[in-house]
Ligand binder design. Sequence first.
Ligand code: IMP
Length: 209
Amino acid sequence: MTRRLGSETLVIATHNAGKLKEISALLAPHGVQCVSAGALGLAEPVEDGTTFVENALIKARAAAQASGLPALADDSGMSVAALGGRPGVYTADWAERQSFEGEPGRDWYMAMGKVEGLLCEQGSEVDRSCWFSCVLAIAWPDGETAVYQGRVDGTYSWPPRGTMGFGYDPVFVPQGDTRSFAELDPEEKHKISHRADAFAKLVAAQFGG
Ligand code: IMP
């Protein structure tokens, strides 16, 4: 029997304002009151897992233990079949670069180009299958956890196209479409995305009949 969220406030274990807004909006229809880990002043744990599930659990457990409330965390990224699933949990790391001022920053064009360069090394007939993964993990303060995994499959397409979305959206063409995620209206993307898939599973298990 799946443990269900009760009436307590749910901690969203992210310091990313965009994610907090998106997750709170998805949970609002189910009467879930949310607060962010940032608003509670919780420290960000080191994400040293080797899978999306491990990293999502690290974040959810740390927030649940520190706050004494149930906590929800997500971890996501892009995997490329011909690269053995890379960049995977290192999706954001591949975009890390120092600015001219020495400030750390993220350069998504560089990260997308790095993947493309590795694919090109394998020749023009290389398998361009790839997928986005999203893992949602709930942790309760007593240590119990629940995990929901979402995925969307597609093709790694070069050059990048489109101006909507974020991260690797311009190079990801979902199966059954010719447009990249960055060329889809956000509403269209959110119907088929890895995050939508994981959320549908969470909602069915936590709030379904
Ligand atoms: P994290 O889940 O915050 O660790 O981020 C993983 C990285 O994966 C993000 O910074 C994005 O670059 C990438 N990513 C995850 N979901 C998406 C998506 O829907 N579109 C494009 N990139 C994504």
